[in-house]
Design a protein around this ligand. Sequence first.
Ligand code: PLP
Length: 367
Amino acid sequence: MAPYFHASYGNPSSIHEYGQEARAALDNSRDIVAGAIGADASELTFTSGGTEADNLAIIGIMRANRARGNHLITTQIEHHAVLHSAEFLEEIGCRVTYLPVDEYGQVTAQQVDDAIEKDTVLVSVMHANNEVGTIQPIEEISRVTKKNGVLLHSDAVQTFGQIDLTVDDLGVDLLTLSSHKIYGPKGIGALYVRSGTPIEPILHGGGQERDRRSGTENVAGVVGFAEAVRILLTSRDKESQRLRMLRELVRFEIERRIPGVSLNGHPTERLPNNINYSFPGIEGEALLLNLDLAGVAASSGSACSAGSIEPSHVLRAMGLDDAHLRCALRLSLGRFTTESDIAEMLDILEKTCARLQKMTANNLTSV
Ligand code: PLP
């Protein structure tokens, strides 16, 4: 990325040599990222991240297809980038159906089929949930959307780094990616739009990215994203296998050492790197703070809304009661997590839980 940060580096829209070098870097990066999902380079639009890609998919499709209808179907457990875009559309006159999920956080293709109406334009279902890791049956859902002539968007921000996927195997018309979830730089992402799909831009200006996303391109970010993709493809299968084994080890040990815990999310259809448990009798925020003091970086819900002590909309949609909602903890494993990190974390977690449970029992303050 380094050369492209330099102020003397050209603007890819410029005709001169410096600009054309930047253009070549952009084109090469687009080939790499598009190739990784089995797409054509012309179908990929770079954005400022997953959030913007979700906004462009939802708002851009509904606006461009007004003649077909104004009904959007999504789920109650989407990332806020999708949910808040859907709420925005409701404010300007669209109808939105928010499908409920089962106790594991899953929707079914049958639910989607039942919700489709004559004026449905788009179905947006995330590939895997960021909080509980549950993977949705996108291939089955795509058979339903195709049968009904409805477009399908999926937010694959969480799965791209873990699961070998192509847009044709998934059967999607739009797919969201984010660079920082695959160890690339923050502030860059992409939206795949199947060739021939009408979509309106949400950013207006100089007409970059084939008129889909105006603004001078973040060349350094794009180059970093593509390099992260290149590295990912050399190791994804093996790394996911390793994480799956570590995840099962953590699950086994948490359930053995800490009484009363319950797993959130699907027991098998889940991301290899995601662990989410409720620890009844312990206050989630206190657990998080105590773990942080001991050097364990965990999350109580979605990192994107961390800081707010609002209970997770995902866990709520899965039907958790208050006692389980407020004591949920998410642990994410990554490329740099080792077995000895896991052993250390488990010891800290066990001791912290025992201490906090005792304090709760004695009604003492916990930090
Ligand atoms: N979608 C999902 C499922 C996410 O987990 C995230 C971020 O964590 C986003 C979208 C937002 O992506 P970005 O942070 O690149 O805007």
